[in-house]
Ligand binder design. Sequence first.
Ligand code: V07
Length: 254
Amino acid sequence: MLEKFSNWKAKLQNKKVETNNIENVPKHVAIIMDGNGRWAKRRGLPRIAGHREGMNVINKVVKQANLLGVEVLTLYAFSTENWKRPKNEVDFLMRLPERYLSVELPKLVEENVRVRLMGCKDSLPSHTIAAVDDAIEKTKHNTGLVLNFALNYGSRDEIVTAIQNIAQEAVNGNIKPNEITDTIIAQHLMTKELRDPDLLIRTSGEIRLSNFMLWQLAYTEFWFTDVLWPDFNEQHFLEAINIYQQRARRYGGI
Ligand code: V07
């Protein structure tokens, strides 16, 4: 199986095959990109050096996901908890979207990738919002991979807001309490246009969800690795997908 997969990989990299006919590729992959600080610490570097290195890994995964025919890639870039970090680190992180996009946006446009945001925009600096809005606007007609950045995202906040909105609709008389279903709730979440993730990847050895997509991950396969995010590469991504496919086969594809 592994051999078969590395064959695919070789072919993919030579672009000799149509890549979207490989069976059972997860349609939505979500990633918690953890371990950047630890990566830097091990090298005696400041944490921000780890974040910068981690940013460079995103391209590898985006390219690979696009080649394999993944439809949605969700990346946890900044959580609502991350504001508690030292100010210099937060300031640096808030510059990363524009840094990333200033180099990568033309490539994303060309590769038919559509950029999307999930999270509370309100408390983001205006320079960050401007860069992300520009990317969303310039890629809005693209039809390939949806690149969904979770930025200032927290799942409990997302659920609280959804409940508040549904309660308001009930008060307004537009919905009755017994008409509230899981579909209605899903339609009030920030992922309302997206399918639920099929595969969740978390790097750097932490085995928890950290307030990430709690509702959406109800039926998702999880894959954890000790590899730190800045060391993550195409091979690791393929390994995760390979394991997902083995599990899907075992459970009859359900
Ligand atoms: C961030 C780099 C990746 C490792 C994890 C934390 C640090 C890319 C973005 C980004 C976000 C929105 C967008 C385009 C790019 C980003 C933050 C941190 C806050 F539209 N990487 N990256 N944003 N890191």
